[in-house]
Design a protein around this ligand. Structure first.
Ligand code: SF4
Length: 178
């Protein structure tokens, strides 16, 4: 037990960990197009084989995160970025604040995965690797498949309602970090 942590807090932490392990949507390019890094983190992440970009006001790497392999492969590493450590989506905050029963939260993640899997099979071929970019590319094109359009819009609304991500190309700023 972490010193100073109550049993309840410990339970909330382990639920939060379990939720994120079952999810990963903030790493896999479904919620974000890129991950923000601090200047001091760029070289360390690059040394792990990740292609980073260093533009004024925009430092990081594109998602899907190449260090995600069904789960984060650098979670315990000193190179684990601050953004990844501090980011908490709306759903995770609800779990930590006990505003949602845990099974309901995992159900929301499952529902999101189901919608994503279905859309993956329906979206047209694209050279884009990032799911969110592909979705937006489709929505901004001459949309002809109304069923696909509805499913894409439903997923984006679901992301907004449950994960708190509302822009097409959400900036992973520090504002939502815990
Ligand atoms: S922070 Fe939210 S989106 Fe990211 S892994 Fe955890 S539950 Fe999923």
């Amino acid at each position: 037990m972490i010193p100073g942590m109550t049993n309840n807090a410990e339970t909330d932490e382990s639920r939060a960990t379990a939720l994120c392990k079952s999810c990963g949507l903030c790493c896999t390019g479904h919620l974000f197009v890129w991950t923000k890094l601090r200047s001091a983190e760029l070289d360390g992440i690059q040394s792990l084989g990740v292609q980073v970009f260093r533009e004024p006001g925009r430092r990081g790497f594109n998602q899907p995160c190449p260090l995600w392999d069904g789960q984060c492969t650098i979670y315990d590493s000193p190179q684990y970025p601050r953004f990844c450590y501090t980011y908490k989506c709306k759903l995770l905050l609800k779990v930590l604040n006990e505003n949602i029963p845990f099974p309901d939260a995992t159900g929301i993640v499952r529902d999101a995965m189901t919608m994503i899997r279905e859309l993956e099979t329906l979206l047209p071929e694209s050279p884009l690797e990032n799911f969110r970019e592909r979705l937006v590319e489709y929505l901004e094109s001459e949309v002809s498949d109304l069923e696909l359009l509805l499913k894409a819009q439903t997923l984006l609304s679901f992301f907004e309602e449950h994960f708190g991500v509302d822009d097409f190309f959400e900036d992973p700023g520090d504002g939502r970090s815990g």
